[in-house]
Design a protein around this ligand. Structure first.
Ligand code: MRU
Length: 347
C-alpha cells in the first residue's frame, strides 16, 4: 500500500479522514490543494506529510505558467512558503521542502523543463527512500522484540503515516514476518482517533493480533505487567533526545518508566532536528476546538465550552530508553549518537 504517489502529473493520496469505513483516493494537481490536504489531515504522520510537501512542490513546478526560469524558481519558492505554513510540529515537512529547494538551487539545472523534471524525480526519490528507511528501522527495531511480546503503540505511526511500512509499526511488521508471535495494544488516540481508525485497520488487514484500548487504559495494562515494550513514532526529535509526538505520548512514557517498561520512539533521521537543543524549543500545533467538542460530527460537550487542543506533547529524554533510526539504535546520552545518525553513520 502506498499512502501517497505521483500519478501522471498529479499527486494521488488516500483520504485518511474516511478510513476505516471508506477507502477513498483523491488526486490533486494544484499544490494549494495539497497544502489544504495536509492541514485537514487527508494525509498525516510526519514522514507522509514530508512526502506530500515534496510532491506539492513538484506540482507547483510542473503546473507553473512561468515563461522564464527566474519566474519558475519564484513560483516554486512561493509554493514552499504555503506548504511550510500547514503543520508546525513535523520536522519532516521542513526537511522535505529544504531538500527540494536545495535540489532546485544546486547549480546543475538549466531551463524550465530541466527544473520541472528534476523536482518530480527528487520527490519520487524522497518517497522511495522513505520506504527503504522504514524497512531498515524495522530490522533494527525487531531486535528489541522477543517471541510472545505484548507491544503498546500510540496514534498511527504505520504505513499510513509514511509512504509505506511505517515507523513504530515497522519493527512489529518485521518481527511478525520473521515468525514471532506478537500482540499489539493500540491506544485509540483522542481526539482524531488515529489508533482506533488507522492503526487498527492496518494491523487487522495484515492479521497481526491486536487489542484496541482507550487511551486511559494504557497505564492499567502497563501496571498489570501486560506490556513488554512501547513503540511510538515522533514528529520531531531534538538534539538532547527530547521527543515530540502525538498528545498523550508523554503520559505513556512516564508510566512506562515507572513500571520498568522500555519506551522506544522509532524515528527516521528526517525527523531529527539538531538545530533545536531541547524540547522547549519545539513548536506545538494547536488544532481546532471542534476536534475535542465533537465525535464523528456529534457534539459531546456544552456549546461554547472553553477548549485547549494541543496536537502534540514533548517527552523529556530521561523517559526514552533508546531511539530506533535507519542507521541503528541510539542510546542515552543521546547527543553524540543523534549527530552520528544524522550524518549517516552508525550511532
Ligand atoms: O496528527 P498526526 O496524525 O499527523 O500525528 C501523527 C503522529 O503523532 C505520529 O506518531 C508521528 O507523526 C510519527 S508518524 C510515523
Amino acid at each position: 500500500m502506498r499512502t501517497i504517489e505521483w500519478h501522471d502529473g498529479a499527486v494521488r493520496m488516500i483520504d485518511q479522514r474516511k478510513l476505516p469505513h471508506e477507502y477513498v483516493e483523491v488526486e490533486f494537481i494544484d499544490y494549494r490543494q495539497v497544502a489544504l490536504a495536509i492541514e485537514e489531515m487527508y494525509v498525516r504522520g510526519a514522514p507522509a506529510i514530508g512526502a506530500a510537501a515534496a510532491y506539492g512542490l513538484a506540482l507547483a513546478a510542473v503546473h507553473s505558467k512561468a515563461r522564464s526560469e527566474a519566474q519558475l524558481v519564484a513560483d516554486v519558492k512561493e509554493a514552499a512558503d504555503v506548504l511550510r505554513n500547514t503543520r508546525p510540529t513535523a520536522s519532516n515537512l521542513f526537511w522535505a521542502l529544504d531538500r527540494m529547494l536545495g535540489r532546485m538551487d544546486d547549480g546543475t539545472l538549466e531551463g524550465i523543463e530541466q527544473i520541472q523534471q528534476a523536482l518530480v524525480v527528487e520527490a519520487q526519490a524522497l518517497a522511495d527512500e522513505d520506504v527503504a528507511v522504514n524497512k531498515r528501522m524495522g530490522t533494527y527495531g525487531a531486535e528489541l522484540i522477543e517471541d510472545g511480546y505484548n507491544i503498546l503503540t500510540h496514534c498511527n505511526a504505520g504505513a499510513l503515516a509514511t509512504v509505506d511500512y511505517g515507523t513504530a509499526l515497522a519493527p512489529i511488521r518485521t518481527a511478525w514476518k520473521q515468525g514471532m508471535r506478537v500482540h499489539v495494544f493500540v491506544d485509540e488516540t483522542r481526539p482524531r482517533l488515529q489508533g482506533a481508525r488507522l492503526t487498527a485497520w492496518e494491523l487487522m488487514r495484515e492479521g497481526i493480533p491486536m487489542t484496541l484500548i482507550v487511551d486511559n487504559a494504557a497505564g492499567h495494562f502497563i501496571q498489570a505487567g501486560e506490556v513488554d515494550i512501547v513503540f511510538v513514532g515522533a514528529d520531531r526529535v531534538v538534539a538532547n533526545g527530547d521527543v515530540a509526538n502525538k498528545i498523550g505520548t508523554y503520559k505513556l512514557a512516564v508510566v512506562a518508566k515507572e513500571n520498568g517498561v522500555p519506551f522506544y520512539p522509532v524515528v527516521p533521521t528526517s525527523t531529527i532536528d539538531l538545530a533545536i537543543d531541547s524540547g522547549e524549543g519545539i513548536p506545538i500545533e494547536e488544532r481546532d476546538p471542534h476536534e475535542v467538542t465533537h465525535v464523528c460530527g456529534q457534539p459531546i460537550a456544552p456549546e461554547g465550552v472553553r477548549v485547549a487542543n494541543p496536537a502534540f506533547d514533548v517527552t523529556p529524554h530521561r523517559y526514552v530508553s533508546g531511539i530506533v533510526t535507519e542507521h541503528g539504535i541510539v542510546y542515552p546520552p543521546f547527543r553524540k549518537g543523534l549527530c552520528s545518525v544524522v550524518e549517516g553513520r552508525r550511532p
